[in-house]
Write a protein that binds this ligand. Structure first.
Ligand SMILES: Cc1cc2nc3c(=O)[nH]c(=O)nc-3n(C[C@H](O)[C@H](O)[C@H](O)COP(=O)(O)OP(=O)(O)OC[C@H]3O[C@@H](n4cnc5c(N)ncnc54)[C@H](O)[C@@H]3O)c2cc1C
Ligand code: FES
Length: 311
């Protein structure tokens, strides 16, 4: 059933894979057959999924980031068992049906930097471009597809499907000037998803865990601090993208603000409709008029925001 917006669809789709990820605590990869979404999403966008089609508990669909395009017909979601919605997802098997609406929200802006005053400008042609991705735990779900997307900028969506699942040496042919770096932190090793395979997508990867079971012991932003000198160099155009726990996002916003670096963050709020209708997900944003602020809907105006828009 097409929605008003021709770029969004709501339809019953088939699950092709629903499997627990090895060495994790209750985290699953869900693969859904939906050629429209698989070919039309941007990293940072999400889908609303209703898994229980025959009863009303839970009543509402839940939002999930679009984690990956598996191929031109199937996309993937990474989810962690938590409450009713995710437990209901966990009980599904191959061949079961779910109601999927998407792709929803805006995704990450990879081609243009934003300066203070909300003016959007193109990334510098002359400078080397460094994309710095900072993920916390399950926040990796909205960031995982970014490298493929960045390297395919300017190509149409079919080309992007074509480069999916290749390693970076192949993908780099698309724009050798770019460099993509991942900083990935979590509480413990079993919450660092794909820690042994994720290197293939990035030029550099840094890990941290609070308990020291994998990578640096401590906060992932301590590792960003160590390398910040490189990103501040005059011949570098660096931009940051992040998704993760609220304290991590707040601290990164403070740091990039002080350094004058561009940061986009994907916010998580509890959604009811996910379509911009109920106003249940608003956040306070800066505005040059209206007493200096305006409320924006995370589901419709986000979930990705430039940090200089947020309080
Ligand atoms: C834009 C967006 C993208 C998301 N992407 C993912 C994803 O890729 N993978 C994933 O596992 N989850 C994701 N979430 C969270 C997801 O939608 C569910 O809210 C969460 O998994 C809990 O749902 P539940 O029904 O299992 O639990 P519920 O029974 O609804 O709640 C269980 C617990 O989780 C808390 N909770 C509910 N919703 C959220 C939320 N949005 N943020 C933080 N805590 C919450 C509740 O307060 C409660 O303590 C995303 C949320 C948003 C807004
Ligand atoms: S969840 Fe309803 S407006 Fe955002």
């Amino acid at each position: 059933m097409p929605m008003d917006d021709k770029k969004i669809r709501s339809k019953i789709s088939e699950i092709t894979v629903n499997q627990k990820i090895k060495d994790t605590q209750g985290t699953y990869l869900l693969r859904i057959k939906d050629p429209f979404i698989a070919s039309n999403f941007k990293p940072g966008q999400f889908v609303m999924i209703k898994s229980n089609l025959n009863d009303f508990d839970p009543l509402l669909s839940r939002p999930y980031s679009i984690f990956n395009r598996f191929n031109e017909n199937e996309f993937e979601v990474l989810y962690r068992l938590s409450g009713k919605g995710t437990k209901s997802l966990g009980s599904l098997e191959k061949g079961d049906a779910v109601l999927v609406t998407g792709p929803l929200g805006n995704g990450f802006d990879t081609g243009i930097a934003k300066k203070s005053g909300f003016e959007k400008v193109k990334l510098s042609e002359e400078k080397q471009k460094i994309h710095v991705i900072v993920a916390g735990g399950i926040g990796i779900a909205s960031l995982y597809f970014l490298p493929q997307y960045i390297f395919s900028s300017g190509k149409d969506i079919q080309d992007r499907a074509g480069i999916q699942n290749r390693n970076m040496d192949q993908v780099k042919d698309y724009d050798p000037g770019n460099k993509i770096i991942l900083y990935y932190g979590s509480r413990t090793e079993t919450e660092l998803y794909f820690r042994y395979s994720i290197h293939a997508n990035f030029d550099e990867v840094y890990f941290s865990t609070d308990d020291g079971t994998f990578g640096h012991r401590g906060n992932i932003l301590e590792l960003v601090d160590k390398n910040i000198g490189e990103y501040l160099r005059k011949d570098i155009d660096a931009r940051f993208y992040s998704c993760g726990p609220k304290p991590m996002i707040a601290e990164l916003m403070r740091k990039t603000g002080a350094w004058g670096l561009s940061l986009q963050v994907s916010l998580e709020e509890v959604f009811a409709c996910g379509l911009g209708v109920c106003l249940g997900c608003v956040v306070k944003c800066k505005n040059s008029e209206n007493n200096g602020y305006v409320y924006k809907r995370v589901c419709k105006d986000g979930p990705v925001f430039y940090s200089d828009e947020l309080y």
